[in-house]
Design a protein around this ligand. Sequence first.
Ligand code: ADP
Ligand code: MG
Length: 748
Amino acid sequence: NSNGTNNHPQFGPKLLNGDQKSDSFARRQKIEQQRRSLPIASVEKRLVEEVRKNDTLIIVGETGSGKTTQLPQYLFNGGFCRDGGTIGITQPRRVAAVTVAKRVAEECGVELGQKVGYSIRFEDMTSTSTRIKYMTDGLLLREALLDPYLSRYSVIVVDEAHERTVQTDVLLGLLKDVQKKRSQKTFSESNNNGTLVKEENNGEGEGSSVSVVKPHLVRKLNPLKLIIMSASLDARGFSEYFGGAKAVHVQGRQFPVDILYTTQPETDCLDAALVTIFQIHLEEGPGDILVFLSGQEEIESIEGLVRENLKKLPEANQKILILPLFSSLPSEKQMKVFAAAPVGFRKVILATNIAETSVTIPGIKYVIDPGLVKVRSYSPDSGIESLIVVKTSKAQALQRSGRAGREGAGKCFRLYPESRFEGLDDSTIPEIKRCNLSNVILQLSALGVDDILGFDFMEKPDRMTVIRSLELLYLLGALTDEKKLSDPIGHQMARLPLEPNDSKALILASQFDCLEEMLIVVAMLSVESIFYAPRDKLEESRTVIKSFSSPEGDHLTLLNVYRASLEFLEKNKMENSKEKAEKNLRKWCKDNFINSRSLKHARDIYNQIRENVERMGLKISSCGDDMVPLRRCLAASYFLNAALKQPDGTYRVLANGQIAEIHPTSVLRRAKSECIIFYNLVQTTRNYVRNLLPQLSRFSRPIPTEIDSGVLPTPRRKFVNTVRGSDFPEISLDDLAIEFFSGKGNNS
Ligand code: ADP
Ligand code: MG
């Protein structure tokens, strides 16, 4: 091998044999060369200098210029970790944190989890030696609970700030404050007597106190360096928010991209995307295709369709490699999109919005953009949050088309007419304007911020949304009348890395001796699509899935699946090695039409939440086969999501009168109950409720016609959750919950 030299450095922890050694050497050389050719490489020195000079710096640069992977390495080499500090880089998405950390560990030639690591909810890949740490923005917020000065970090990089997720916005406000506190908390090295003096502002705004501390107790806190990175070229908003902070621009490399529109609006986006994939494949030159889809289900369904249609093509045209990319995909699978396709093959990457700016995939020449994206949406009228598919903004459409021009001229196929583009919003509305804020309020309260409306947000959330979110927290018993966290429920809820309803369900379940089961239910509910029903085996899959289904609804069906899989695994482990047992489990999943990816993910989440509740000292016991306590706890935690059946078989969501259908995957699709509590509301072209708990017994007393406002703690707007102008009498949700729950707080 021409690369083989005798004294090249040994990389990686493992001893490699000769061949592997030169392989890895060649690979490292290639990586080095890639790194050097990135647009950001030419400004390394200048960037490090700017960070040294400015405590807050905004870096703007086109996607793919090397911000996320390179800047932390530049700072590390520039000495920003010298005194033991860590460089933390936050990402809005878990997938990005993981894939980028892997890439950077490889670039540095270190084992993941050592110098370079990542930490996301339910997964920690760091150690005491980690100095470059990628994480989700939500995770850093949680760390602030335990370490209000974020003292282990010398630099924090808030990446993808243009996405303006709610966690990013909260984080920006918090970091601004931490930075201020850290610069006030000054330690003078020594005074005349040679003792160390600590001046500390106690944070309550009551002036500073001076105390003498022993030298070995002093850990010097440097000012916090803050870097905001954004792919949107307009840095003004960030700069103003950070008191006129300096913004630098990293020149990207962008080749021309031809934009093509359809002549007519498309009615079926999936079909249009499918047709376009094949059109490109058969008519255009070589180059990989990136398709933007709204979620795992769309991706899996197109994946199946492409495979089906591929078989119909002549052998020579079948060289397509289909690669899905979405958040809950196991990371080995996620990494596959970065590898080059075998010679002669064309990669078709089916991705969620993650590929818009969060990860840069090499080799893309064609982009297919149906112009849609799935986002959180919240209506303060009802207090219900849902996922809806909406049109992208102009800025998003431009980002997406930009993905085609990274390495050469490309083409972007927008699956809508040009006239529609003109009508799009310029940029995306920050998430804080369109989501439920209960979780944010909990987190901020735990950090000592009680006045959320007074918090220094870059963009203030709507007052009504705040009020509604506060109400939900009251209803769940997390806040006192003084808007403080209640003891113990509020504090416990703030400690759990879950949505408030889920946390409440776990806490209640611990009181009602069914936490073991609730852990499983919450874990299973947090993954997408446990079951899969391939088109060609629809009937067979339905029959098999039925064997798990419970007349008590989807929650209990999910519990059955989990229990059955566990039983299978345990039995198998007695006779087989762990690996073999896991392999058999995957086979078992396949036979039972269960998505083994999703089940594995649920098991990981279960273990993590279990650890969390154990650490909090919650009692974990099982209710065995008696599902009544479990159902009660579910009802008492999710009662806001109640819906009543209408004469035509659809359901009316009590909180806002919206009409929804039962999702085809629900076990209650046929056996319809008068009243249900749903876990998710999904809006596509139709509204669907999914993961349903049915009402089993009839109401024991007449449905109330007036709202009894005495049931709940005072300062709250009257909680009007009535079905107005319908065939149904008025009913308050609180009463409904009590019906389900039969006896609030009554442990008998
Ligand atoms: P930015 O943050 O400015 O968008 P990145 O630092 O994410 O840029 O990406 C820089 C380059 O690194 C891109 O060209 C991308 O293709 C490459 N890259 C990033 N992650 C990987 C990976 N896991 N495997 C191979 N190449 C990667
Ligand atoms: Mg990036």
